[in-house]
Design a protein around this ligand. Structure first.
Ligand SMILES: [Zn+2]
Ligand SMILES: [Zn+2]
Length: 507
């Protein structure tokens, strides 16, 4: 029996991770992260809950990586920290993985193993053929996983349009050969199912960029990969004639500390934007980053530059196949079962419908989400229960210690601020010996509405007066009353609900 279990990436963009099990052996494909959503205040990034893999570590034969994007390799340091498993990837992918593991100081005793398209890898009972795929990062592969129950094809992230960067276009013949051999199930990238037609070929982007470069009077600023050997140090830029200068910079997603953001704000040390400059953002506006990117574009225009970006020119080629390419993939592999992967839920649904249009029976389109177990036996598939999955939030060195409750507190603090009241009583007499001291953060601006805090002193003293020293459980009661009274006071006076932190003690 063969079991396929997605642990992340189905019903969301990011966290890609999938488990295959057969004959008491387990294989994992990818281990990716996700960048935090807006409500995850202070969270650095998110990884999938990998406890299922940990629990079954004795059966784990290897971890196979499709390509070097963070949503496929970003969770590796957290998995390899306490799990010794051989990792397989292409040269470029392993290069980035090596750097990432070094950064996290994670040793890999089981090793990083180089794979190349065309050279099969045996991880008994699995045999894996690696198939070249074109994508927005070089050296990506799809997987043809031979199992005792049949052939699984996992596309990885891919697009089909010819002329991919680095001569690494999708090997359609290899996928077609899988189709001829007979594919039990195809798992295919659903990211761009909503887009009709096909992706722009990388080569065409090159032509557009060359045209923009030719007609730009001054310097050009882009975010792009360039062949080695054509670079000069940034200090030399001012000595070169403007029309000989092309600057490659970070910041295509509006990242606040990136070089482009600093150039746009006029705070970059070496590069000052001026009239005649052309800035090319050869990138997609990733949802969530639009405001930050458009603000940078506005500022670049303010400084006199010409700005070229995806919405006004064909300067970006997506790395994920559009509908025509996705249809071609299904037609080439002619799978018995189709499992849409790598997408939010609507993407999976639409991709499933596309598969039906190509002639795959409705009941052979398996619309599954993270944790659902698909069992294959004698050529038939069924959904068979669930394993635990979920998201683990990473904040600094904390793994998973930030949960719903902490996020709620962060949200309250960030929206309303806090007011802290410190008050100390003499243990014997019950008389105030220190305070009340009132301190606030993120609540009111002291010089404008500081009198609110002054007046709050009276509220505190009234509470103390109402609860004389002989009151049972006096300190606790003062603490509780302070919270209610101050909350009410601030709400009536200024309509805000800061978090009240009473520090009341006996000394
Ligand atoms: Zn990717
Ligand atoms: Zn991806």
């Amino acid at each position: 029996m063969l079991r396929v279990i997605p642990l992340g990436g189905l019903g969301e963009i990011g966290l890609n991770m999938m488990v295959c099990e057969a004959a008491d052996a387990m294989l994992v494909v990818d281990a990716g992260l996700m960048f935090p959503e807006d409500h995850m205040l202070g969270v650095d990034f998110v990884i999938p809950d990998m406890s299922f893999v940990r629990l079954n570590r004795h059966r784990l034969k290897g971890l196979v990586l499709t390509h070097a994007h963070e949503d496929h390799i970003g969770a590796l340091p957290f998995l390899l920290k306490d799990l010794h498993v051989p990792v397989f990837g292409t040269a470029f992918t392993l290069g980035l993985v090596r750097q990432k593991l070094a950064e996290f100081e994670i040793p890999v005793p089981a090793g990083l193993h180089l794979i190349t398209p065309g050279q099969p890898l045996a991880l008994d009972p699995f045999r894996i053929d690696f198939i070249r795929v074109g994508h927005s990062v070089v050296d990506g592969v799809g997987l043809a996983i031979h199992t005792p129950e049949g052939l699984l094809v996992h596309t990885g992230d891919f697009k089909i349009s010819p002329g991919a960067a680095g001569g690494m276009s999708t090997d359609l013949n290899a996928f077609a050969r899988c189709g001829e051999r007979g594919v039990l199930a195809l798992m295919s990238d659903s990211t761009n199912i909503e887009r009709d037609g096909a992706t722009l070929p990388d080569a065409q982007i090159g032509e557009t960029l060359a045209r923009i470069a030719a007609r730009s009077p001054g310097r050009i600023i882009v975010y792009l990969q360039l062949p080695a050997g054509s670079e000069v140090s940034i200090e030399l830029v001012s000595e070169l004639p403007d029309e000989r200068v092309l600057i490659i910079t970070t910041g295509s997603q509006g990242e606040p500390m990136s070089a482009l953001a600093r150039m746009a704000a006029g705070t970059h040390k070496q590069i000052k934007i001026k009239k005649g400059d052309t800035v090319v953002l050869s990138s997609k506006f990733i949802p969530g980053n639009e405001r930050a990117i458009t603000r940078i574009i506005d500022n670049l225009y303010r400084r006199g530059a010409e700005v070229v970006y995806e919405k006004i020119s064909d300067v970006h080629a997506s790395g994920h196949a559009f509908r025509d390419e996705l249809r071609l993939m299904i037609n080439l592999t002619r799978p018995r079962y189709f499992i849409p992967i790598h997408g939010e839920y609507r993407h999976l649904v639409l991709h499933g419908r596309l598969a039906q249009e190509t002639g795959i029976d409705r009941e052979r389109v398996l619309l599954v989400e993270n944790g659902q177990v698909i069992e294959f036996e004698n050529g038939a598939a069924r959904l068979q229960g669930c394993v635990g999955t979920g998201r683990v939030l990473i904040d600094g060195k904390g793994v998973g210690d930030v949960g719903r409750a902490v996020l709620k507190e962060r949200r309250m603090l960030s929206e309303e601020g806090f007011v802290a009241v410190t008050l100390a009583f003499d243990e014997a007499t019950g008389i105030i010996v220190y305070g009340p001291e009132i301190l606030s953060k993120g609540f009111v601006f002291e010089t404008e509405t500081g009198h609110l805090l002054q007046d709050a002193h009276c509220v505190v003293l009234e509470v103390v007066e109402e609860l004389p020293p002989e009151t049972p459980h006096r300190i606790d009661r003062i603490r509780t009353r302070l919270q209610t009274e101050l909350r009410q006071y601030f709400f009536y006076t200024i309509g805000r609900r800061p978090v009240i932190l009473p520090f009341v003690m006996e000394v």
